[in-house]
Design a protein around this ligand. Sequence first.
Ligand SMILES: NC(=O)c1ccc[n+]([C@@H]2O[C@H](COP(=O)([O-])OP(=O)(O)OC[C@H]3O[C@@H](n4cnc5c(N)ncnc54)[C@H](OP(=O)(O)O)[C@@H]3O)[C@@H](O)[C@H]2O)c1
Length: 324
Amino acid sequence: MHAITITEPGGPEVLRWTEVPDLEPGPGEVLIDVAASAVNRADLLQRQGAYPPPPGASEYPGLECSGRIAAVGPGVEGWNVGDEVCALLAGGGYAEQVVVPAGQVLPVPDGVLLAEAAGLPEVYCTVWSNVFAVGRLAPGDTFLVHGGAGGIGTAAIQLASAYGARVFCTASAAKHNLCLALGAERAIDYRSEDFVEIVKDATDGRGVDVILDNMGAKYLGRNVTALATNGRLVVIGMQGGVKGELNLGALLAKRASITATSLRARPISEKTEIVEDVKTHVWPLISFGKIRPIIDRAVALPDAAEAHRVLEAGEASGKVLLVR
Ligand SMILES: NC(=O)c1ccc[n+]([C@@H]2O[C@H](COP(=O)([O-])OP(=O)(O)OC[C@H]3O[C@@H](n4cnc5c(N)ncnc54)[C@H](OP(=O)(O)O)[C@@H]3O)[C@@H](O)[C@H]2O)c1
């Protein structure tokens, strides 16, 4: 089979469509004929040599895919050859075939094209596990997501709105209309506006209950200031650096909490639980049309370098797919 390999750490040009050994599913695994994969920001870091795959994971990039089951390993129940599925992967999605633990496989939601489904698992597993499981977002709560027009952001706006939260986001000005159309009450231009002032004004000085943050150090202090009493800041990205200064007094006075999580390195058992929760709580909303895949564009899988360039340049809104 063929896969995108990373010839050496570097720019998009190090991604090469290469002939690689065939795969077979082990016990508890399924083999998927990949129809499409999708680009995640973590793939850019992996390509640069800054985010190695966890032990046991495929060395090829790709944290999600959709396709048809080509073979099932010993002990797998509930999935059959030919089923159309999508899957949360620890790696290996940028390939003609991938093996994945059966618990990380999801059906393609009704009304979604097979290729489009490739862009759903990583963002909805991340948003569900962080905003709802860790952040305990509830109907009527106020929610701020940074990077509202990105893959994660477009999913977070839709899911939080569907659950009855008031949603604020930061995004480039040119992408505000998309964020508003997806359910954000206010999109904030992170280049020219102060998100703390805006969310405080909009909540009568109270602040927001939950923040989903992709920026890390750069926004740490301002995020804590923007939180309401008992607020929850959940950090999932470090686009603005890893080391920040924290005013513990401000956190303590608000009885607020900060959590940082990573999905990729979690054990299979935890990913299986998250996937099960997403199937129960998110998939019906997609099937009913309350949430839809937001696809910026589809690029041929062998041209993954071009897809990386697009994401890196900030040109995308929503997901960039890699299709066979
Ligand atoms: N921890 C985990 O398990 C996990 C899982 C998945 C993703 N993530 C992280 O989540 C983040 C988003 O991932 P993605 O795949 O959705 O990436 P993406 O589609 O490339 O989105 C990145 C976003 O960052 C925004 N951004 C850039 N500078 C910003 C700033 N100064 N303030 C606010 N937003 C800014 C961009 O906004 P504009 O395009 O509007 O300029 C863009 O929407 C990444 O940091 C990724 O590593 C973490």
